[in-house]
Write a protein that binds this ligand. Structure first.
Ligand code: AMP
Ligand code: ZN
Length: 482
């Protein structure tokens, strides 16, 4: 097999992946703050982490993946003095914070499922780890922290190379955004935030520094250490985390382990999904959630494919046209696979081929080379297309190869059918059965050369948002366009 090389944000270089524990891959992914629905940009971060996990599994590593759920501690402005995102939303909605967390965690998990993101070994919930966070903070407090009225602060000058990941200096960082009186350095950050005197928070715990709540950065250091042990292999997140959140996690890990090690062999970051009209802001009314895409008639895996068509380190600009193109490509893939399936009586592709077999290795070598070069999914998709256009393999072998390709791509290519891709837009005023009947009548009218009637049927369909696609190369026949 080709050596797996990954881009390490710490060194800004491609490096061969050599696991800390032979044969294993331990991966930690910074999860969502569950104060609102995730937007599709957020979900790009998890499609990336999932693809990484799938590649590691494909390569034969025993994967232990952890994704956390931040249900406390993430402030609205990423500074030390803002409001907690969770508390703010609970107050706005006049709901219990626990209900808010439950609702949005479930909504996030729904999106995870719809995007065919595999279940990690653990979903670590931040509030389950508060006693561990207090113990962790106690263990580093004397040497690395100082107490102010508002909380316990980490002194970033007590660790070597603070901010190396961000390529920042000590005076840069979140302190620039919000000054807190008494901080020794602008970049110092709260690891425990005290509840201000006279106030009560919905979520607060007793601690040696008074009632309060943990800082967001502390949470990830504690949970990654607790579940995976330090150093772990790969820590992932969106590119914004490279600037503040991850440098702060690294500082804590260094303090905790008493060494210069960052706590992870690799730090990997996905670039952003960009949307220029502001629809990705959660504060705008109809923001870009996966459900909105589905409501408009797109299959959620078209969005997954759209992500895979770009390299994870490139910015990806969202557009409806781009999503539409990805959907058409997905249809092509599914229809082609369906065709092969129809040629073989019993489909058991998972038994047909093994990655380790020499024959399979040759068939998959270009695909494998693509994913081994820092998860080059655009190239891997091209290799998929190439393979599909090759003749001469039996249907069983072809399905076996597709099965292996898809174990990395995660597009559900074998189970999906053409019918599954027909997503009814929420605003549709006509059912599929009605469309099919109308098209049949139109076909009959045309056969009888009654073109006036066939035009009326077509105009009626258009009025109801149905585009009739005569001669479509995919044989798609019609499309509901709302
Ligand atoms: P949050 O819930 O705000 O902590 O974000 C969850 C994840 O989404 C983090 O890894 C962020 O870095 C990532 N993220 C936020 N916005 C975007 C975006 N527009 N594109 C890609 N990833 C994003
Ligand atoms: Zn994190």
């Amino acid at each position: 097999m080709t050596e797996l090389r990954l881009f390490n944000s710490l060194t800004r270089q491609l490096e061969p992946f050599v696991p800390v524990h032979a044969g294993e891959a331990r991966v930690y992914t910074c999860g969502p703050t569950v104060y609102n629905y995730p937007h599709i940009g957020n979900m790009r971060a998890y499609v990336f982490a999932d693809t990484l996990g799938r590649v590691l599994s494909y390569k034969g590593y025993k994967l232990t993946h952890v994704i956390n759920i931040t249900d406390v501690g993430h402030l609205t402005d990423d500074a030390d003095a803002g409001e907690d995102k969770m508390e703010k939303m609970a107050a706005e909605k006049a709901q219990s914070i626990w209900d808010i967390a439950k609702h949005y965690t479930q909504a996030y998990w729904d999106d995870i499922k719809a995007l065919n993101i595999r279940q990690p070994a653990h979903w670590s919930i931040a509030t389950d780890y508060v006693p561990a966070m207090i113990a962790y903070a106690q263990s580093i407090a004397e040497k690395h922290c100082y107490e102010l009225e508002s909380g316990l602060y980490f002194d970033t000058s007590t660790v070597a190379h603070y901010g190396a990941l961000a390529r920042a200096k000590t005076e840069d960082g979140e302190g620039r955004i919000e000054q807190v009186d008494g901080k020794r350095h602008a970049a110092d950050f709260a690891i425990w935030r005290k509840t201000p005197a006279g106030e009560t928070r919905q979520m607060e715990w007793d601690s040696p520094w008074g009632k309060g709540a943990p800082g967001w950065h502390l949470e990830c250091s504690v949970m990654s250490e607790a579940l995976l042990g330090l150093p772990l292999d790969i820590h992932t997140g969106g590119i914004d985390h490279r600037e503040i959140h991850h440098p702060n996690e690294i500082a804590q890990n260094q303090a905790r382990c008493g060494s210069d090690h960052s706590g992870a062999r690799f730090w990997m970051h996905n670039n952003f999904l960009i949307e220029r009209s502001g629809k990705m802001s959660k504060s705008s009314g109809e923001f870009l959630r996966l459900q909105l895409l589905i409501d408009k008639g797109f299959h959620p895996l078209a969005y997954r494919l759209m992500c895979l068509q770009a390299h994870y380190r490139s910015e990806l600009e969202f557009s409806w046209e781009g999503l539409h193109a990805a959907f058409v490509r997905l249809k092509r893939m599914v229809i082609a696979v369906e065709q092969i399936r129809s040629q073989t009586p019993e489909v058991r592709p998972e038994r047909a081929l093994k990655v380790e077999d020499h024959f399979t290795e040759i068939l998959l070598s270009d695909f494998e080379a693509a994913i081994s070069e820092d998860l080059n999914t655009p190239k891997a998709l091209f290799e998929f297309d190439e393979f599909m256009s090759e003749r001469g393999h039996t249907p069983d072998v072809r399905l076996g190869v597709i099965h292996l390709f898809d174990s990395v791509l995660g597009l559900n290519l074998l189970p999906l059918t053409r019918q599954d891709l027909r997503i009814r837009p929420k605003a549709a005023v006509i059912t599929e059965a009605e469309i099919e009947t109308a098209l049949l009548l139109r076909k009959e009218a045309r056969a009888a050369k009654d073109f006036a009637k066939s035009d009326i049927i077509r105009d009626d369909l258009i009025a109801k948002g149905v585009e009739v696609m005569d001669g479509d190369p995919l044989g798609w026949d019609w499309r509901l366009d709302i």
